[in-house]
Design a protein around this ligand. Sequence first.
Ligand SMILES: Cc1cc2nc3c(=O)[nH]c(=O)nc-3n(C[C@H](O)[C@H](O)[C@H](O)COP(=O)(O)OP(=O)(O)OC[C@H]3O[C@@H](n4cnc5c(N)ncnc54)[C@H](O)[C@@H]3O)c2cc1C
Length: 372
Amino acid sequence: MLDGKRCLIVGGGIGGLTAAVALARNGQRVTVIERDPRWSIYGVGIIQQANVVRAMAQLGLADAYLEAGVPFDQVTIHAPGGALIARVPSPRLAEGYPPNVGMSRRRLHDVLLDRAIALGVEIRMGTTVAALTQDDDGVDIEFDDGTDDRFDFVVGADGIYSNLRARLFPEAPQPCFAGQSVWRYNLPRPDDLDSLRVFNGPTGIGLVPMSADTMYMFVTTPEPGNPHYPRKGLAAAMRGKLQSAAPDIQALGERIVDDVEVVYRPLEHLFVDGPWHVGRVVLIGDAVHATTPHLGQGAGLAIEDAVVLAEEVARHAVPEAAFAAYRERRVERCRFVCELSLSICRGQIGEGDPIDNSDATAAMFARTAEPI
Ligand SMILES: Cc1cc2nc3c(=O)[nH]c(=O)nc-3n(C[C@H](O)[C@H](O)[C@H](O)COP(=O)(O)OP(=O)(O)OC[C@H]3O[C@@H](n4cnc5c(N)ncnc54)[C@H](O)[C@@H]3O)c2cc1C
């Protein structure tokens, strides 16, 4: 059993901080390095579904986590004009807790960071790995601030553009533009918004409760050629994408007025089919499986990765065996979500058969309800 080992986590995003909590709870001595000196987390929200609530309960984080967001029971699917097509109930996977949660990304980050600090995790900001060499007993790291250190194992949680992935697997696929972009904006929450509300169409729209009085709207649009939108005029551009939306969505859209508050992002995807570790260095989260957000599961998968990794590290005597067992438990579930999510995107942009959103959401709930 690996216990009391020194572990370096590269990347203090959702996956990295969850791994820090999960590993530290199991008695590992954890350091997190984060390249961004200020932790600039954008202010819109995030959908967290039943499997994430279950993972948070497993980590003893569910109460703090639920306090930071708002619960909702189901996903409702609507025609582009607004008519209700289906209610997709979400499974309840953690006893005493709601099925789903919507929250601000900043608040999720704070919940994870506060717990990591409380568990004694060392956090180093504004630094990254300059050089990495490993032998049979450990990993030597040179940091880009000129310091160096030695660890028993290293976890790469450095996101879709992972430097560690490039070091370990230079032949691995690169992030690929999916043909769509997403526009997000925080708005006051309508009184009757008690579910995640999804509107079908070539332009997909969603309303996500985020707190008692706020929500965010996301709008996925086909963007052939991946055009650049300048910051100035972004709010008007987002409003323009709502021209064929239901009247109440257009009315909400009238409040999209601040260019700075629009979060625009081209959608990319990536899946590493081969191994996820080399020796004592392993990758989690978007570094190995970045899904498009159509099923709201990317962070959920990163969080589950962290829980499973910590369990396997606690179970095995050597990191390599733990890492192989971790990938074995994760790879097909992650592939399922990534492929289903991408097929929704392809259907929406006419590059594949249209996918029924309610069937896809129900299939995602069924698969992610399985034990991790
Ligand atoms: C538009 C959009 C909407 C989404 N909505 C949802 C949703 O509703 N629900 C959901 O579950 N998921 C959602 N996701 C997916 C989710 O955001 C990601 O899957 C999740 O953030 C992945 O976590 P991660 O820790 O692997 O990577 P990241 O969150 O990208 O974190 C990586 C961290 O590593 C740091 N870093 C990068 N390189 C280095 C380096 N070399 N050295 C040190 N630090 C480094 C970064 O600064 C960052 O802090 C969405 C994604 C997109 C694009």
